[in-house]
Design a binder for this molecule. Sequence first.
Ligand SMILES: [Zn+2]
Length: 296
Amino acid sequence: MSLIEPVLLLPADESGRTKMTEYIEKKYGIRPALTVARSILSRPIEGYIVGKGKRYILVTATHHALESITTNIAFMLIDLLLSKENVGSINGVDCKLLLSKFAFIIIPCVNPDGVELRLHGIADTPLKERQMRMSRGDLSTWQANSRGVDLNHNYDFGFVTYKTVEREHGIVPGPTLYSGESPESEPETHGVANLVRILSPVAVVSLHTQGEEIFFGPNDEKSTRIADRLSSLTGYSLSVPKGTSAFGGLCDYTASLGIPSFTLELGRGRNPLPESNAPRIFSRVGNAVAILPTLL
Ligand SMILES: [Zn+2]
């Protein structure tokens, strides 16, 4: 079991370092191996690589600003995998062997600007006026990035159809659900999608909250079988995205490329879930995600 105490993700210092990047560096001497992109406000979106294999499992967290507890979960996964990399097993799986064949690419926070905005309010940036208009002074439901685009609706899947949904529901740039001007218009999503195109991961996991559910795709035998196993390992139920949830998400996009893709809606309650829930959530899902390669 990971020993990372839940700590606030931000503020990061100017180079994007957080308490958790420092924790991992101190314990293992490891820094993020790649910068996937820089956010609109120039914060680095970093990824860790754990494992030496050339078959990649991509794990992302905190597309949504209210769901930053998933960043804690991502770091707990990094900690678990690194602690077992050379010795030990998880659910009977030999980790050294596992991580010689596969590598996890883990991006703990896709939306650092959104998290910073939600936690610390509107700062004096070129977006200040716009953010004040979009939020109407209330950041308590802010999920989007710094310019009001919901990053998990900005990937290239169902974009044109979703624009009609937006019109019907009066969805505009703001706290949630707005998909942006075009697919991957935001550097955050463009960076992640580029990484997918470069690495061709064999599976994608996107961490969200809440509901103790797993959404998956494509709807084929392989992904269904893996989802069934994840469901039995975690106790989470399997669900099909409905309504606004069925468009523009990372896993919608990667599933459309044929990659087995799993959105995990972690925990139960009301967003934002308290960070103190992280160890309990991780005890349900951590091992399952860690041994996902063996389910492929
Ligand atoms: Zn979410």
